[in-house]
Write a protein of this length. Structure first.
Length: 385
């Protein structure tokens, strides 16, 4: 028996997810302007990105413990968080021109992103009892496009002041919340997700079926956001000005293909195999970075394009594997905690890699990103037997 749903549901959720997640890298897209106008240090990029990640971790834990998306309509939660995130993002125009207040508003923006990314997934699950893996591939792909969007806006509006880019991102995020609230009712398969259960942490460590995809995901997260943060610096070894933003947009946005096509391939070949191939590919891209940084332009472009596709394409498959391995009554808790640990890891590592990139040549730094994929592949071995 096939499911029936309005055709606009998945596109509407995906567009809203894209719009809301544009808040994620809003300051990254204008960092050169902020460093020039505010006199921010080079390491500010790492700290500001980490502040968003830390806010997201705090938000996911708070939303889960308070069962916010169960006590209230998920689409209303999405709307309110999109509006709140847009307001905090725009507050960059009002705070004193110092790093500390900017860190605070980026933390708050990350907190409300917890009501956009995971809640968008929950809304999709309410409409897809079957075929959720493919739907999640497109939704994570939309998150990737949203993450890339500030770089695209900076490239298109090269003559715009950075304040205009920030306001444009806030307007897009708010519009996404309004679109989803108006176009996507709560789905017929919407199920209550329990608050975090104390058993969950022990389960992640002790149950081999849960531990394998969870630790594979942690290895993936070691690399992902640090790579995205360093993309402009990598591109700046060949380009300058608005071309850097345009190239950064293209490289990060290429991850949409990895998510969407990976979701389709997983239906035929299995999520574990697809995730392992993409994780191994992105790890190899880390390791060959010293050679690629010196390679001809065509090879350099292909390397970054492949890395952009593979670095995030495994993400929805890790979620699918973790959800299928967890006990039914603990799926919500397991996914929430695994995601929180993964993003907490990025909050710790992003400033480290940003500082290393400011002090060392990229040829020394980028291969260190491969430690995550190597550890993740080792953890995944039971899934590939």
């Amino acid at each position: 028996m096939t499911e029936t749903r309005p055709r606009h549901i998945l596109p509407a959720i995906a567009v809203a997810q894209l719009a809301g997640s544009s808040l994620w890298f809003a300051t990254n897209g204008v960092m050169a302007d902020l460093q020039r106008d505010w006199g921010l240090p080079e390491v500010a990029l790492g700290w500001l990105t980490a502040a968003v990640q830390a806010g997201f971790v705090a938000g996911t834990l708070a939303f889960a413990l308070l069962t916010v998306a169960d006590r209230f309509s998920p689409r209303r939660v999405f709307l309110l968080c999109a509006l709140a995130g847009a307001l905090f993002n725009a507050a960059a125009l009002l705070v004193p021109e110092r790093l500390a207040p900017l860190l605070a508003i980026r933390f708050a923006t990350g907190f409300f992103l917890a009501g956009i990314y995971p809640v968008g997934m929950k809304i999709a699950a309410g409409w897809y009892e079957r075929g959720l893996g493919g739907a999640l591939g497109f939704l994570v792909g939309a998150l990737v496009l949203g993450t890339a969007l500030p770089h695209g806006l900076r490239a298109l509006g090269a003559e715009l002041p950075w304040q205009g880019v920030i306001l444009a991102v806030s307007a897009i995020a708010a519009a996404g919340g309004l679109l989803l609230n108006a176009a996507v009712p709560d789905g017929p398969h919407l199920r209550r997700s329990p608050a975090i259960n104390p058993r969950t942490l022990a389960l992640i460590w002790r149950d081999p079926a849960v531990r394998a995809p969870a630790f594979g995901y942690f290895g993936h997260m070691w690399e992902l956001y640090s790579f995205w943060t360093l993309v402009p610096a990598i591109v700046a070894t060949r380009l300058a000005g608005a071309a850097v933003s345009a190239a950064a947009f293209g490289i990060i946005a290429a991850g949409f293909l990895g998510c969407a096509v990976g979701g389709l391939l997983a239906n035929r070949h299995g999520s574990a195999r697809v995730a392992a191939i993409q994780l191994a590919t992105s790890g190899l891209c880390c390791l060959i970075a010293p050679a690629m940084l010196q390679a001809p332009d065509t090879v350099f472009v292909v390397w970054l394009a492949v890395w952009g596709v593979a670095v995030v394409g495994d993400s929805p498959q890790f979620s699918a594997l973790t959800a299928s391995a967890a006990p039914r009554e603990l799926v919500g808790s397991v996914l929430t905690l695994v995601n929180s640990i993964g993003f907490a890891l990025t909050a710790l590592l992003i400033p480290v890699f940003a500082a290393l990139a400011a002090a060392w040549p990229l040829a020394w730094v980028l291969p260190l990103l491969a430690l995550g994929p190597v550890a993740g592949l080792a953890a995944m071995r039971p899934l590939l037997r």
